[in-house]
Ligand binder design. Structure first.
Ligand code: ADP
Ligand code: MG
Ligand code: ZN
Length: 494
């Protein structure tokens, strides 16, 4: 399945990658883009539909004001210009996911354009230029039943029109130059930044695994020293941050191999496979194939400057300022902060601190134990199966002395396995530290008897010998003894 690939470092010696990122954000408005149907994810198929979003003849759309408001706030947060006047456009195509045979979108008159945002990579800022952010509607969802779940070998397909008409904002970058070998990581950091920004704006629940934030990743290569853009490929619907980085790395290596062998990169869409490769999709259609024309059934959108300024006042703190403020509040060193940001753990640490944990403790959990678990499972940190509130509760248990560090890790096993909150897991698995004097004294007694040599050494003042006795007590009590108390009891006993 895999095509010839060039070694990444060699590819970087010979070519400069250029990125183009198209991100779709599903807005979490109460109703759909052009009708009053509920915009709820996960309802019974085809229950949130009406003549408008089913495209019945004669049904007329009405623009959702909350969606326009969200679009403007997103545009402002991306430092874009907001159009004085803009229209919707029909993007014509025939496919059963869109009953009208066109998608209502925006074409040459986007509501927001010409912006720029900064992402942080290894503690350094990198500017990503924004071409436009425009409004459109989502299509219905097709599910193909057959061998592979793809249409090619499907026995039949089912359609759910609940998603048809969901408000979407598409955010498109200008070609991103100058990232060099970091290009895949820049793309990942950019999408992570957008996700955090959308969350802070409160306009979307940005769940990549549910498709409420999706990325099409374009990349092309320029031979070093060239100033002419190469031919790009567009890898569609990459639905995790990790996959964005992996898919782009793969495409760069593949295109480099094509170019180095004297071939031409075909302009096409590609599919990402989690096994670690992309495969060709359709060769790219041109804009004129869609016969775009202004939507006659909707009035233009002309946001007043007063409204735009009112909305500007509702913007959240810009990400770079927030990072600076949090680093100061938490007392993190530049290096600690950089690692947290690189690991995409900033919001997780922030939520853990909000839930009551100390910043350093919160950082430690996410950056060590939980990072290792995410890594082993090949998932994002946020999907490791432990919430910030649960981490805060676990830290509370450690500080109360209910569990020690090694027991805390067993508690996490239980939380990840879906056994409930840390306190419930401690209860159910019997993981609390044993600090009952009678139980500990009995174990100490036994351990001293079984380690007479060590006991004599301790009496002779050799403190190091105590380790053997503490170890024996721990073994006796399954690692659950309160170590400080055990030490005290041994001293008393000897
Ligand atoms: P399409 O409709 O084909 O998806 P868009 O204009 O919506 O086209 O998006 C294309 C994306 O790719 C944009 O982010 C654009 O800046 C970027 N892009 C355009 N040309 C190139 C190129 N040669 N190499 C890399 N990215 C490119
Ligand atoms: Mg596109
Ligand atoms: Zn509807």
């Amino acid at each position: 399945m895999s095509e010839p690939l060039m070694d990444y470092d060699e590819a970087m010696e010979r070519y400069d990658p250029v990125l183009g990122l198209e991100v779709h954000v599903e807005l979490s408005t109460a109703t759909k883009m052009f009708c009053a149907c509920s915009n709820q994810f996960g309802d019974e198929p085809n229950t949130n539909t009406c003549p408008v979003c089913l495209g019945l003849p004669g049904a007329l759309p009405v623009v959702n004001g909350s969606a326009v408001e969200a679009a403007i706030r997103i545009g402002l947060a991306l430092n874009c210009q907001i159009a004085q006047w803009c229209r919707f456009a029909r993007k014509n195509y025939f496919y059963p996911d869109m009953t009208k045979n066109f998608q209502t979108s925006q074409y040459d008159e986007p509501i927001a354009f010409d912006g720029s945002v900064e992402v942080e990579l290894d503690g350094r800022p990198f500017a990503v230029p924004i071409e436009r952010a425009h409004m459109e509607e989502d299509a219905g969802k097709l599910t193909h039943f057959g061998l592979s779940g793809r249409i090619q070998d499907a026995d039949y397909s089912l359609i759910d029109y609940n998603r048809a008409g969901t408000p979407l904002i598409e955010i498109v970058t200008k070609p991103v130059f100058g990232a060099g070998a970091d290009a895949p990581r820049v793309a990942r950091a950019y999408v992570a930044m957008l996700r955090d920004l959308m969350k802070a704006l409160g306009v979307s629940d940005v769940r990549m695994e549910q498709g409420s934030l999706r990325c099409d990743a374009n990349v092309s290569l320029m031979p070093k020293g060239s100033v002419e853009l190469g031919t790009r490929t567009e890898t569609k619907n990459v639905n995790s941050l990790r996959s964005i980085e992996r898919a782009l790395t793969y495409e760069i290596r593949r295109q480099a191999a094509v170019l180095a062998s004297g071939g031409k990169v075909r302009q096409e869409t590609r599919h990402w496979h989690e096994e670690g490769f992309t495969s060709p999709g359709r060769s790219k259609e041109e804009a004129e194939d869609y016969r775009y024309f202004p939507e006659p059934d909707l009035p233009p959108v002309a946001p007043s400057r007063e409204w735009v300024e009112q909305l500007r006042a509702t913007l959240p703190e810009p990400p770079a300022e927030r990072r600076k403020r949090l680093a100061a509040e938490w007392g993190f060193s530049a290096l600690e902060m950089r690692d947290v940001v690189n690991a995409d753990a900033l919001d997780l640490v922030a939520e853990t601190v909000e839930a009551g944990a100390g910043p350093q403790a919160a950082r430690k959990w996410w950056m060590t134990d939980l990072a290792r678990r995410a890594n082993e499972a090949g998932v994002e940190l946020a999907e490791v199966g432990v919430s910030p509130a649960q981490v805060a509760q676990l830290q509370e248990l450690v500080e109360e002395g209910v569990v020690n560090d090694s027991l805390a890790r067993k508690v996490l096993d239980g939380v990840v396995a879906g056994e409930g909150d840390p306190r419930q897991v401690v209860e159910a698995r019997g993981l609390a530290v044993v600090s009952n004097d009678a139980v500990l004294e009995e174990a100490v007694e036994k351990a001293v008897a079984a380690n007479a040599d060590a006991a004599q050494k301790v009496r002779d003042g050799k403190q190091q010998a105590m380790g053997a006795i503490i170890g024996a007590v721990m073994r006796e009590l399954g690692g659950k003894a309160d170590a400080a108390k055990v030490r005290e009891l041994i001293v008393k006993r000897l």
